[in-house]
Design a protein around this ligand. Structure first.
Ligand code: TYC
Length: 103
């Protein structure tokens, strides 16, 4: 608004709404060879799940084929996938991950 006394025009809101970054689901895929223990360790160390939550996600993936390891900005999701792919490769596990944008 314009203040006639001071002649100052103040902006009451910025030009654009604050943009939240698009978020991406990191999906974990089941396979027959990666051990349950390795998947739980990855969910705890890379995705910061508690012990109980890591077991819950691992079992969900084991029984349903796919599940959400976590939701992150694009770069964080890509980095976590790369870290897990390297850890799995070191152990010669065929563990697969993918990411998809949230609506
Ligand atoms: N299906 C694996 C087994 O029985 C365990 C497993 C769970 C593997 C989740 C991958 O994303 C996965 N050893």
């Amino acid at each position: 608004p314009f203040d006639p006394d001071s002649g100052v025009i103040t902006e009451t809101r910025s030009e654009k709404k604050v943009q939240r970054p698009r978020m991406y689901r990191v999906l974990l895929h089941n396979d027959d060879y990666t051990t349950r223990e390795f998947v739980v360790e990855v969910l705890k160390s890379v995705f910061r799940h508690t012990d109980a939550e890591a077991v819950r996600v691992m079992l969900h993936v084991h029984y349903n084929g796919v599940g959400v390891a976590g939701v992150f900005t694009r770069e964080v999701a890509e980095t976590k996938i790369a870290i897990v792919e390297r850890l799995a490769k070191e152990r010669e596990y065929p563990l697969r991950l993918s990411m998809e944008p949230e609506e």
